[in-house]
Ligand binder design. Sequence first.
Ligand SMILES: *Cc1c(COP(=O)(O)O)cnc(C)c1O
Length: 364
Amino acid sequence: MKIMPNRMDYGFLKYQHEFEEKALAVLRSGWYILGKEVASFEENFAAYTGAKCCVGLASGLDALWIAVKLLGIGPGDEVIVQGNTYIASVMGITINGATPVFVEPDAYYQIDADKIEEKITERTKAVMVVHLYGHVADMDKITAICKKHGLKLIEDCAQSHGALYKGKMTGTFGDAGCFSFYPSKNLGAFGDAGALVTNDPELAKEAKIFRNYGSEKRYYNKVAGANSRLDELQAGLLNVRLAHMQEITQERQHLAEVYSRELCQDQIILPQTRPDTVPVWHQYVIRVDRRQELIDYLNEKGIGTIIHYPIPPHLSEAYQALGYTRGDFPITENYADTVLSIPLYTDMREEEQRYTIDCINSFT
Ligand SMILES: *Cc1c(COP(=O)(O)O)cnc(C)c1O
């Protein structure tokens, strides 16, 4: 059996007829940018998350850097972020000339809320929380810290569409929730797409102006903005997928539950769920010391795996100028050396998961 670590064709085929119908309708409409599909997706996604407003954008990275910028953060400012995130979170900060300040993760792979306050200086302007792998950060503690110190709170929800903390959806706890709809995300488009959600109508209005060259009225430019529009085709396809989001999420939760129940292998550490949260399992991430051996062994069996992520941002060549070296963030580095994501995707077949479990359990 051949099993890919992730595959997107099943997720398309499952709702193929609806996707194809919508794509044709948009193509035939003669209207391709900022039209009724984008407007309805913004309304639908705001309702889904429980946020007041949603602004469709061109990517998750755009949602991050535009949120950081519109919250008034720039050169000389510091933003606190977890060390073990995908590098795009950090780029959302550095594109604006601001400085990322890293915090080690907790046992759930999220920012360790107990280590945030020691990193706050008079330059700190915001905390960026990343709900990594579809799990959820400790939001009560983090919102209290932000309130106490007058910091903005930005949530990177690129992996957490629908994940809940005490019944409330990630992305709605702070000033802005930033989402990616890159095809492999839980709510995936068929190209690049993103959005930010906020309870602040003023911020939403500014983001809508900013994404369209800073113009509210055609050819009258209020600010020097960007081109970061979500297009009609992607918005239409996202509307189709969003309508099935509950089913898509429940399926991932079921697959994760089966893994957690059936994997029995004393060399691996299974992912744990924080109390009072409902994760959406963007990835099922195990930890194993003999990682390369497990990867090679599974490869031989036809099973693909991915490392999310092998090089933490503070050790990335892109951020050499920050001056960090190995040893500066030992937990982050240990995770980078031991994490492994095993196959999990929409419409994963029972026999595919059975085979994956059996192979992992018989690794010696
Ligand atoms: C995918 C991802 C992003 C970036 O989203 P794009 O749409 O690819 O720009 C940002 N942060 C995290 C945690 C991600 O997983």
